[in-house]
Ligand binder design. Structure first.
Ligand code: LLP
Length: 439
Protein backbone atom coordinates (compact mmCIF):
# COMPACT_ATOMS: atom_id res chain seq x y z
CA UNK A 1 0.00 0.00 0.00
CA UNK A 2 1.26 3.43 -0.88
CA UNK A 3 0.72 6.28 1.57
CA UNK A 4 0.58 9.86 0.39
CA UNK A 5 1.63 12.95 2.37
CA UNK A 6 1.16 12.63 6.12
CA UNK A 7 -0.94 9.45 5.90
CA UNK A 8 0.29 6.66 8.19
CA UNK A 9 -0.95 3.88 10.42
CA UNK A 10 -1.33 4.85 14.09
CA UNK A 11 -0.96 2.74 17.22
CA UNK A 12 -4.54 1.51 16.97
CA UNK A 13 -3.94 0.20 13.47
CA UNK A 14 -6.07 3.03 12.08
CA UNK A 15 -5.31 5.25 9.12
CA UNK A 16 -4.16 8.63 10.32
CA UNK A 17 -3.96 11.74 8.14
CA UNK A 18 -2.55 15.06 9.30
CA UNK A 19 -2.10 13.58 12.76
CA UNK A 20 -5.83 12.82 12.98
CA UNK A 21 -7.36 9.34 13.32
CA UNK A 22 -9.65 8.86 10.32
CA UNK A 23 -11.89 6.42 12.21
CA UNK A 24 -12.54 9.19 14.72
CA UNK A 25 -13.23 11.57 11.83
CA UNK A 26 -15.74 9.10 10.41
CA UNK A 27 -17.43 8.85 13.82
CA UNK A 28 -17.49 12.60 14.26
CA UNK A 29 -18.62 13.74 10.81
CA UNK A 30 -20.20 10.58 9.42
CA UNK A 31 -19.44 9.06 6.03
CA UNK A 32 -18.94 9.55 3.16
CA UNK A 33 -16.41 12.17 4.12
CA UNK A 34 -13.65 13.91 2.16
CA UNK A 35 -10.47 14.45 4.18
CA UNK A 36 -7.76 16.79 2.87
CA UNK A 37 -4.15 16.64 4.01
CA UNK A 38 -3.35 20.36 4.12
CA UNK A 39 0.38 19.81 4.70
CA UNK A 40 0.57 17.94 1.39
CA UNK A 41 -1.14 20.81 -0.47
CA UNK A 42 1.34 23.22 1.12
CA UNK A 43 4.25 21.01 0.09
CA UNK A 44 3.11 20.81 -3.53
CA UNK A 45 2.57 24.56 -3.77
CA UNK A 46 6.02 25.14 -2.31
CA UNK A 47 7.60 22.66 -4.74
CA UNK A 48 6.05 24.37 -7.77
CA UNK A 49 7.10 27.82 -6.61
CA UNK A 50 10.57 26.65 -5.60
CA UNK A 51 11.16 25.18 -9.05
CA UNK A 52 10.60 28.61 -10.61
CA UNK A 53 12.71 30.33 -7.96
CA UNK A 54 15.57 27.86 -8.60
CA UNK A 55 15.49 28.77 -12.28
CA UNK A 56 15.29 32.50 -11.49
CA UNK A 57 12.14 32.85 -13.58
CA UNK A 58 9.28 35.26 -12.86
CA UNK A 59 6.17 33.16 -12.51
CA UNK A 60 2.63 32.76 -11.32
CA UNK A 61 1.39 29.39 -10.13
CA UNK A 62 -2.38 29.51 -10.48
CA UNK A 63 -4.44 26.86 -8.75
CA UNK A 64 -6.93 25.42 -11.27
CA UNK A 65 -9.81 25.65 -8.88
CA UNK A 66 -12.09 23.35 -10.90
CA UNK A 67 -10.17 20.49 -9.25
CA UNK A 68 -11.69 21.37 -5.88
CA UNK A 69 -13.22 24.67 -4.99
CA UNK A 70 -14.70 26.02 -1.80
CA UNK A 71 -14.12 29.15 0.25
CA UNK A 72 -11.54 27.57 2.56
CA UNK A 73 -9.60 26.08 -0.37
CA UNK A 74 -9.48 29.46 -2.09
CA UNK A 75 -8.25 31.06 1.13
CA UNK A 76 -5.59 28.38 1.49
CA UNK A 77 -4.50 28.99 -2.12
CA UNK A 78 -4.17 32.71 -1.39
CA UNK A 79 -2.22 32.00 1.79
CA UNK A 80 0.14 29.83 -0.26
CA UNK A 81 0.75 32.66 -2.71
CA UNK A 82 -1.08 30.94 -5.56
CA UNK A 83 -3.10 32.73 -8.20
CA UNK A 84 -6.48 31.24 -9.07
CA UNK A 85 -7.81 29.92 -12.33
CA UNK A 86 -11.61 30.13 -12.45
CA UNK A 87 -13.88 29.06 -15.30
CA UNK A 88 -17.30 30.30 -14.35
CA UNK A 89 -19.23 33.00 -12.56
CA UNK A 90 -19.76 30.48 -9.76
CA UNK A 91 -16.06 29.91 -9.20
CA UNK A 92 -15.45 33.66 -9.42
CA UNK A 93 -18.21 34.31 -6.89
CA UNK A 94 -16.67 31.74 -4.53
CA UNK A 95 -13.34 33.54 -4.87
CA UNK A 96 -15.03 36.84 -4.05
CA UNK A 97 -16.70 35.31 -1.01
CA UNK A 98 -13.34 33.91 0.06
CA UNK A 99 -11.93 37.44 -0.09
CA UNK A 100 -9.05 36.54 -2.38
CA UNK A 101 -7.26 39.26 -4.35
CA UNK A 102 -9.03 39.77 -7.64
CA UNK A 103 -5.84 40.71 -9.47
CA UNK A 104 -4.67 37.13 -8.95
CA UNK A 105 -7.68 35.66 -10.77
CA UNK A 106 -7.36 34.23 -14.27
CA UNK A 107 -10.69 33.68 -15.99
CA UNK A 108 -10.95 30.70 -18.35
CA UNK A 109 -13.75 29.09 -20.29
CA UNK A 110 -14.89 28.51 -23.84
CA UNK A 111 -18.28 30.14 -23.43
CA UNK A 112 -18.16 32.93 -20.90
CA UNK A 113 -21.47 34.75 -20.87
CA UNK A 114 -21.89 38.50 -21.06
CA UNK A 115 -22.99 38.48 -17.41
CA UNK A 116 -19.90 36.53 -16.37
CA UNK A 117 -17.55 38.83 -18.26
CA UNK A 118 -19.26 41.91 -16.82
CA UNK A 119 -18.93 40.45 -13.34
CA UNK A 120 -15.22 39.80 -13.88
CA UNK A 121 -14.53 43.23 -15.40
CA UNK A 122 -16.33 44.91 -12.50
CA UNK A 123 -14.37 42.79 -10.03
CA UNK A 124 -11.12 43.90 -11.70
CA UNK A 125 -9.71 40.42 -12.19
CA UNK A 126 -6.09 39.99 -13.24
CA UNK A 127 -6.50 38.35 -16.60
CA UNK A 128 -8.96 36.86 -19.06
CA UNK A 129 -7.87 33.81 -20.96
CA UNK A 130 -9.77 34.56 -24.15
CA UNK A 131 -10.89 31.43 -25.91
CA UNK A 132 -12.59 32.55 -29.16
CA UNK A 133 -13.53 35.47 -31.40
CA UNK A 134 -17.00 35.83 -29.90
CA UNK A 135 -15.48 36.34 -26.48
CA UNK A 136 -12.89 38.77 -27.80
CA UNK A 137 -15.63 40.98 -29.26
CA UNK A 138 -17.79 40.67 -26.16
CA UNK A 139 -14.92 41.61 -23.87
CA UNK A 140 -13.96 44.58 -26.04
CA UNK A 141 -17.55 45.76 -26.02
CA UNK A 142 -17.95 45.41 -22.26
CA UNK A 143 -14.63 47.13 -21.55
CA UNK A 144 -15.63 50.02 -23.79
CA UNK A 145 -19.01 50.37 -22.05
CA UNK A 146 -17.44 50.26 -18.62
CA UNK A 147 -14.42 52.33 -19.62
CA UNK A 148 -12.22 49.55 -18.32
CA UNK A 149 -9.16 47.79 -19.65
CA UNK A 150 -8.62 44.05 -19.48
CA UNK A 151 -5.44 42.02 -19.52
CA UNK A 152 -5.76 38.99 -21.72
CA UNK A 153 -3.99 35.87 -22.82
CA UNK A 154 -5.15 34.15 -25.99
CA UNK A 155 -5.78 30.47 -25.50
CA UNK A 156 -4.23 28.63 -28.38
CA UNK A 157 -4.36 24.93 -29.27
CA UNK A 158 -0.83 24.01 -30.18
CA UNK A 159 -1.79 20.76 -31.92
CA UNK A 160 -0.15 18.56 -29.35
CA UNK A 161 -2.16 15.61 -28.23
CA UNK A 162 -1.36 14.50 -24.72
CA UNK A 163 -1.30 10.76 -24.11
CA UNK A 164 -4.21 10.57 -21.78
CA UNK A 165 -7.91 9.77 -21.78
CA UNK A 166 -9.68 11.13 -24.89
CA UNK A 167 -12.12 13.23 -22.97
CA UNK A 168 -9.44 15.15 -21.22
CA UNK A 169 -7.03 15.92 -24.04
CA UNK A 170 -7.46 19.50 -25.10
CA UNK A 171 -4.27 20.48 -26.88
CA UNK A 172 -5.09 18.86 -30.22
CA UNK A 173 -6.35 20.91 -33.15
CA UNK A 174 -9.83 19.42 -33.12
CA UNK A 175 -10.83 20.80 -29.74
CA UNK A 176 -13.61 23.00 -28.50
CA UNK A 177 -11.01 25.11 -26.71
CA UNK A 178 -8.95 27.97 -28.01
CA UNK A 179 -7.61 29.43 -31.24
CA UNK A 180 -6.00 26.94 -33.54
CA UNK A 181 -2.39 27.71 -34.47
CA UNK A 182 -2.21 25.68 -37.65
CA UNK A 183 -5.17 27.16 -39.52
CA UNK A 184 -4.17 30.77 -38.77
CA UNK A 185 -6.96 31.50 -36.30
CA UNK A 186 -4.48 32.33 -33.57
CA UNK A 187 -2.65 34.82 -35.78
CA UNK A 188 -5.91 36.55 -36.63
CA UNK A 189 -6.79 36.71 -32.94
CA UNK A 190 -3.44 38.36 -32.15
CA UNK A 191 -4.09 40.94 -34.85
CA UNK A 192 -7.59 41.65 -33.59
CA UNK A 193 -6.58 41.84 -29.94
CA UNK A 194 -3.75 44.26 -30.69
CA UNK A 195 -6.19 46.55 -32.47
CA UNK A 196 -8.45 47.03 -29.42
CA UNK A 197 -7.40 49.87 -27.09
CA UNK A 198 -9.18 48.51 -24.05
CA UNK A 199 -7.46 45.17 -24.31
CA UNK A 200 -3.88 44.53 -23.23
CA UNK A 201 -2.56 41.38 -24.86
CA UNK A 202 -0.05 39.89 -22.41
CA UNK A 203 0.62 36.67 -24.20
CA UNK A 204 -0.68 33.20 -24.95
CA UNK A 205 -1.99 30.24 -23.05
CA UNK A 206 -1.77 26.55 -23.85
CA UNK A 207 -3.11 23.54 -21.93
CA UNK A 208 -2.44 20.20 -23.54
CA UNK A 209 -4.42 17.84 -21.33
CA UNK A 210 -4.65 16.33 -17.89
CA UNK A 211 -3.02 13.51 -15.89
CA UNK A 212 0.12 13.70 -18.05
CA UNK A 213 3.27 11.94 -16.86
CA UNK A 214 5.74 12.83 -19.58
CA UNK A 215 7.33 16.23 -20.07
CA UNK A 216 7.61 15.78 -23.85
CA UNK A 217 4.16 17.19 -24.64
CA UNK A 218 4.85 20.39 -22.75
CA UNK A 219 8.17 20.85 -24.53
CA UNK A 220 6.56 20.22 -27.92
CA UNK A 221 3.86 22.79 -27.13
CA UNK A 222 6.52 25.38 -26.30
CA UNK A 223 8.28 24.69 -29.59
CA UNK A 224 5.07 25.03 -31.60
CA UNK A 225 4.11 28.24 -29.83
CA UNK A 226 7.50 29.79 -30.54
CA UNK A 227 7.28 28.99 -34.24
CA UNK A 228 4.34 31.39 -34.27
CA UNK A 229 5.69 33.90 -31.79
CA UNK A 230 8.55 34.55 -34.17
CA UNK A 231 6.21 35.44 -37.02
CA UNK A 232 3.94 37.49 -34.75
CA UNK A 233 6.96 39.57 -33.76
CA UNK A 234 7.92 40.08 -37.38
CA UNK A 235 4.45 40.75 -38.73
CA UNK A 236 2.75 42.50 -35.82
CA UNK A 237 5.57 43.66 -33.56
CA UNK A 238 4.14 41.54 -30.77
CA UNK A 239 6.28 39.85 -28.13
CA UNK A 240 4.56 38.17 -25.19
CA UNK A 241 5.29 39.23 -21.64
CA UNK A 242 3.48 36.12 -20.34
CA UNK A 243 3.45 32.52 -21.45
CA UNK A 244 0.91 30.33 -19.65
CA UNK A 245 1.67 26.66 -20.17
CA UNK A 246 -1.39 25.32 -18.39
CA UNK A 247 -1.73 22.43 -15.98
CA UNK A 248 -2.18 18.73 -16.42
CA UNK A 249 0.70 17.32 -14.37
CA UNK A 250 -0.12 13.74 -13.44
CA UNK A 251 -0.39 12.16 -10.02
CA UNK A 252 -0.10 8.63 -8.74
CA UNK A 253 -3.55 7.09 -8.33
CA UNK A 254 -2.45 3.47 -8.49
CA UNK A 255 0.71 1.46 -8.54
CA UNK A 256 2.01 1.79 -12.06
CA UNK A 257 1.24 5.49 -12.38
CA UNK A 258 4.56 7.21 -12.79
CA UNK A 259 4.35 10.96 -12.34
CA UNK A 260 7.52 13.03 -12.05
CA UNK A 261 8.17 15.29 -9.07
CA UNK A 262 6.28 18.51 -9.86
CA UNK A 263 9.48 20.53 -10.17
CA UNK A 264 10.60 18.38 -13.11
CA UNK A 265 7.71 19.57 -15.29
CA UNK A 266 8.50 23.18 -14.47
CA UNK A 267 12.20 22.76 -15.13
CA UNK A 268 11.67 21.06 -18.47
CA UNK A 269 9.23 23.76 -19.58
CA UNK A 270 11.64 26.50 -18.58
CA UNK A 271 14.52 24.77 -20.31
CA UNK A 272 12.46 24.63 -23.51
CA UNK A 273 11.44 28.28 -23.25
CA UNK A 274 14.99 29.43 -22.51
CA UNK A 275 16.27 27.51 -25.50
CA UNK A 276 13.68 29.17 -27.75
CA UNK A 277 14.28 32.70 -26.53
CA UNK A 278 18.02 32.28 -26.92
CA UNK A 279 17.56 30.95 -30.44
CA UNK A 280 15.20 33.74 -31.47
CA UNK A 281 16.73 36.54 -29.39
CA UNK A 282 13.57 37.25 -27.48
CA UNK A 283 13.21 38.39 -23.90
CA UNK A 284 12.17 35.91 -21.25
CA UNK A 285 8.43 36.09 -20.61
CA UNK A 286 6.87 35.45 -17.22
CA UNK A 287 5.85 31.79 -17.07
CA UNK A 288 2.46 30.97 -15.63
CA UNK A 289 1.19 27.48 -14.94
CA UNK A 290 -2.14 26.23 -13.61
CA UNK A 291 -1.98 22.91 -11.82
CA UNK A 292 -5.17 21.54 -10.28
CA UNK A 293 -4.89 17.80 -9.78
CA UNK A 294 -1.21 17.87 -8.80
CA UNK A 295 -1.90 20.39 -6.01
CA UNK A 296 -4.88 18.69 -4.38
CA UNK A 297 -5.39 15.24 -5.91
CA UNK A 298 -3.42 12.98 -3.63
CA UNK A 299 -4.13 15.23 -0.64
CA UNK A 300 -7.74 14.00 -0.68
CA UNK A 301 -9.03 10.74 0.78
CA UNK A 302 -12.66 9.66 0.88
CA UNK A 303 -13.94 7.67 3.85
CA UNK A 304 -16.94 5.42 3.31
CA UNK A 305 -18.77 2.97 5.53
CA UNK A 306 -19.24 -0.46 4.07
CA UNK A 307 -22.83 -1.66 4.08
CA UNK A 308 -24.03 -4.68 2.16
CA UNK A 309 -21.82 -7.47 0.90
CA UNK A 310 -22.72 -9.75 -1.92
CA UNK A 311 -20.83 -12.89 -2.79
CA UNK A 312 -21.27 -14.57 -6.14
CA UNK A 313 -19.43 -17.86 -5.72
CA UNK A 314 -16.42 -18.15 -8.01
CA UNK A 315 -17.27 -14.81 -9.56
CA UNK A 316 -16.93 -11.81 -7.28
CA UNK A 317 -17.32 -10.28 -3.84
CA UNK A 318 -19.11 -6.97 -3.92
CA UNK A 319 -18.87 -4.52 -1.04
CA UNK A 320 -21.27 -1.61 -1.24
CA UNK A 321 -20.41 1.72 0.34
CA UNK A 322 -22.55 4.67 1.38
CA UNK A 323 -21.44 6.88 -1.52
CA UNK A 324 -20.30 6.23 -5.08
CA UNK A 325 -20.65 8.06 -8.38
CA UNK A 326 -22.49 10.82 -6.53
CA UNK A 327 -19.22 11.83 -4.83
CA UNK A 328 -16.75 10.34 -7.33
CA UNK A 329 -17.80 10.33 -10.96
CA UNK A 330 -14.34 9.54 -12.27
CA UNK A 331 -14.53 5.74 -12.40
CA UNK A 332 -17.85 5.86 -14.27
CA UNK A 333 -16.78 8.70 -16.54
CA UNK A 334 -13.15 7.85 -17.30
CA UNK A 335 -12.73 4.29 -16.03
CA UNK A 336 -10.44 5.91 -13.48
CA UNK A 337 -8.76 3.56 -11.04
CA UNK A 338 -8.14 4.02 -7.34
CA UNK A 339 -6.53 2.25 -4.43
CA UNK A 340 -8.10 1.86 -1.03
CA UNK A 341 -7.76 0.27 2.39
CA UNK A 342 -9.79 -0.43 5.49
CA UNK A 343 -9.13 2.65 7.61
CA UNK A 344 -10.01 0.80 10.82
CA UNK A 345 -7.77 -2.24 10.12
CA UNK A 346 -4.97 -0.98 7.89
CA UNK A 347 -2.36 -3.50 9.01
CA UNK A 348 -4.43 -6.61 8.45
CA UNK A 349 -3.35 -8.81 5.58
CA UNK A 350 -5.59 -9.04 2.52
CA UNK A 351 -7.54 -12.28 2.22
CA UNK A 352 -8.94 -11.73 -1.24
CA UNK A 353 -10.25 -9.36 -3.83
CA UNK A 354 -13.31 -7.22 -3.21
CA UNK A 355 -15.04 -4.93 -5.68
CA UNK A 356 -16.33 -1.71 -4.25
CA UNK A 357 -19.75 -0.62 -5.46
CA UNK A 358 -21.45 2.70 -4.94
CA UNK A 359 -25.06 2.97 -3.82
CA UNK A 360 -26.43 4.68 -6.93
CA UNK A 361 -28.98 3.05 -9.19
CA UNK A 362 -26.52 2.26 -12.00
CA UNK A 363 -24.62 -0.95 -12.65
CA UNK A 364 -21.73 1.25 -13.71
CA UNK A 365 -21.49 2.78 -10.26
CA UNK A 366 -18.37 0.86 -9.28
CA UNK A 367 -15.59 2.69 -7.44
CA UNK A 368 -12.89 0.01 -7.47
CA UNK A 369 -12.71 -3.38 -9.14
CA UNK A 370 -10.71 -6.10 -7.40
CA UNK A 371 -9.25 -4.36 -4.41
CA UNK A 372 -7.20 -6.63 -2.14
CA UNK A 373 -8.64 -6.32 1.39
CA UNK A 374 -8.79 -8.18 4.67
CA UNK A 375 -12.09 -9.92 5.42
CA UNK A 376 -14.27 -6.83 5.03
CA UNK A 377 -17.83 -6.37 6.09
CA UNK A 378 -20.46 -3.86 7.11
CA UNK A 379 -19.37 -1.15 9.53
CA UNK A 380 -15.79 -1.26 8.26
CA UNK A 381 -14.49 2.11 7.10
CA UNK A 382 -13.07 2.08 3.60
CA UNK A 383 -10.60 4.80 2.67
CA UNK A 384 -10.26 5.54 -1.04
CA UNK A 385 -7.06 7.44 -1.76
CA UNK A 386 -6.28 10.31 -4.14
CA UNK A 387 -9.81 11.65 -4.44
CA UNK A 388 -8.87 15.29 -3.85
CA UNK A 389 -9.18 16.44 -7.47
CA UNK A 390 -12.41 16.31 -9.47
CA UNK A 391 -14.12 14.33 -6.73
CA UNK A 392 -16.08 16.79 -4.67
CA UNK A 393 -16.07 19.29 -7.55
CA UNK A 394 -17.93 16.84 -9.80
CA UNK A 395 -20.14 15.49 -7.02
CA UNK A 396 -23.83 15.54 -7.77
CA UNK A 397 -27.20 14.69 -6.33
CA UNK A 398 -28.04 11.70 -8.49
CA UNK A 399 -30.68 9.65 -6.67
CA UNK A 400 -31.02 12.68 -4.39
CA UNK A 401 -27.99 11.63 -2.41
CA UNK A 402 -26.69 14.55 -0.35
CA UNK A 403 -23.11 15.58 -1.06
CA UNK A 404 -20.58 14.67 1.66
CA UNK A 405 -18.83 17.12 3.95
CA UNK A 406 -15.17 18.05 3.59
CA UNK A 407 -12.64 18.37 6.41
CA UNK A 408 -9.14 19.79 6.33
CA UNK A 409 -6.69 18.08 8.67
CA UNK A 410 -3.29 19.31 9.75
CA UNK A 411 -1.04 18.93 12.79
CA UNK A 412 -3.58 16.89 14.72
CA UNK A 413 -6.49 19.29 14.08
CA UNK A 414 -9.53 18.88 11.87
CA UNK A 415 -11.65 21.67 10.45
CA UNK A 416 -14.95 21.22 8.69
CA UNK A 417 -14.76 23.34 5.51
CA UNK A 418 -17.90 22.12 3.73
CA UNK A 419 -20.90 20.84 5.65
CA UNK A 420 -22.80 17.72 4.73
CA UNK A 421 -25.73 18.51 2.50
CA UNK A 422 -29.04 17.89 4.26
CA UNK A 423 -32.29 16.58 2.83
CA UNK A 424 -33.67 20.12 3.28
CA UNK A 425 -30.92 21.39 0.97
CA UNK A 426 -31.99 18.92 -1.67
CA UNK A 427 -35.48 20.41 -1.90
CA UNK A 428 -34.46 24.02 -1.28
CA UNK A 429 -34.97 25.06 -4.89
CA UNK A 430 -38.01 22.88 -5.53
CA UNK A 431 -41.38 24.55 -5.96
CA UNK A 432 -44.44 22.54 -4.98
CA UNK A 433 -47.04 21.95 -7.63
CA UNK A 434 -49.82 24.47 -7.17
CA UNK A 435 -51.77 25.36 -10.25
CA UNK A 436 -50.81 25.93 -13.86
CA UNK A 437 -49.49 29.37 -14.67
CA UNK A 438 -50.19 30.87 -18.11
CA UNK A 439 -47.02 32.05 -19.76
N1 LLP B 1 -5.89 24.64 -17.10
C1 LLP B 1 -6.89 24.39 -17.96
C2 LLP B 1 -7.15 25.31 -19.04
C3 LLP B 1 -7.67 23.24 -17.80
O1 LLP B 1 -8.63 22.99 -18.67
C4 LLP B 1 -7.40 22.36 -16.73
C5 LLP B 1 -8.20 21.17 -16.53
C6 LLP B 1 -6.35 22.68 -15.85
C7 LLP B 1 -5.62 23.82 -16.07
C8 LLP B 1 -5.99 21.81 -14.68
O2 LLP B 1 -5.61 20.55 -15.08
P1 LLP B 1 -5.01 19.55 -13.99
O3 LLP B 1 -3.70 20.11 -13.49
O4 LLP B 1 -5.98 19.46 -12.88
O5 LLP B 1 -4.85 18.27 -14.70
N2 LLP B 1 -12.45 16.03 -14.78
C9 LLP B 1 -11.25 15.46 -15.35
C10 LLP B 1 -10.19 16.50 -15.57
C11 LLP B 1 -10.67 17.61 -16.43
C12 LLP B 1 -9.59 18.63 -16.60
C13 LLP B 1 -10.17 19.89 -17.08
N3 LLP B 1 -9.21 20.93 -17.25
C14 LLP B 1 -10.74 14.36 -14.44
O6 LLP B 1 -11.35 14.11 -13.41
O7 LLP B 1 -9.74 13.73 -14.73
Amino acid sequence: MFFHGTSRVNGKGHLEIGGVDTVELANLYGTPLFVYDVALIRERAKDFKQAFADEGVQAQVAYASKAFSCIAMFQLAEELGLSLDVVSGGELYTAQQAGVSMERIHFHGNNKSRAEIEMAVEAGIGCFVVDNFYELDLLADICEQKRATANILLRITPGVEAHTHDYISTGQEDSKFGFDLVSGQATLAVKKALAVDSIRLLGVHSHIGSQIFETTGFVMAVEKIFEHLVSWREDHGFEPSVLNLGGGFGIRYIEGDTPRPVGDYVKEMIRAVKQQIAEHEMSMPEIWIEPGRSLVGDAGTTLYTIGSRKEIPNVRHYLSVDGGMSDNLRPALYQAEYEGALANRVNEQPVGMFSVAGKCCESGDMLIWDLPLPEANHEDILAVFCTGAYGYSMANNYNRIPRPPVVFVEDGDAQLVIQRERYEDLVRLDMPLVKKVKV
